[in-house]
Design a protein around this ligand. Structure first.
Ligand code: FEO
Length: 172
């Protein structure tokens, strides 16, 4: 059984991960709307990954004697300036999520909640990977340019992303 304080903080993260999925579904739909099917695919895969992050925490809460408390999810923006604008917003968002995960780790450590601290290590590594991959795409986009042939090639490149459902998810 984890503390109520820890459970409340994890529930806040469930909401943040659901918002992440909302944000990337919105970016996916907008990308498709402006003819960038590769970007639409990349953001759709990203949103699917966010849903697996939700499920990891959701399952963990039950496995440690707590439960998910679902709250209203804030609506994300519906329109974006450009492909670069979407990736800049993605990078900013992922940095924010990284800070939230680090705060959760700090809380688990201060509570001497070793199980939750170990559980959160997966998210610590995942955030490093996410920020790195977004940084890489953003750098390439800046080199290729946000229109014309460069953007067309980037659309093809990011469109090759594959969603791999992670192993080890605890389902009810
Ligand atoms: Fe679930 Fe993109 O962090």
């Amino acid at each position: 059984m984890i503390s109520k304080k820890m459970a409340k903080a994890l529930n806040k993260q469930v909401n943040a991960e659901l918002y992440s999925a909302y944000l990337y579904f919105s970016m996916s739909s907008y990308s498709s709307f402006i003819g960038l099917q590769g970007f639409a695919h990349w953001f759709f895969v990203q949103a699917q990954e966010e849903m697996t992050h939700v499920l990891r925490i959701y399952g963990y809460l039950n496995s440690v004697g707590q439960h998910a408390v679902l709250e209203a999810i804030e609506g994300p923006p519906a329109k974006f300036e450009s492909a670069i604008g979407m990736f800049e917003a993605t990078l900013k968002h992922e940095k924010k999520v990284t800070a939230m995960i680090n705060n959760l780790v700090n809380l688990a450590a201060s509570e001497k909640d070793h199980a939750t601290e170990v559980f959160l290590q997966w998210f610590v590594s995942e955030q490093v990977e996410e920020v790195d991959s977004v940084n890489t795409i953003l750098a390439k986009l800046k080199l290729a340019g946000d229109k014309g042939g460069g953007l067309f090639l980037m659309d093809q490149e990011v469109g090759a992303r594959v969603f791999t459902p992670p192993a080890g998810l605890v389902m009810p």
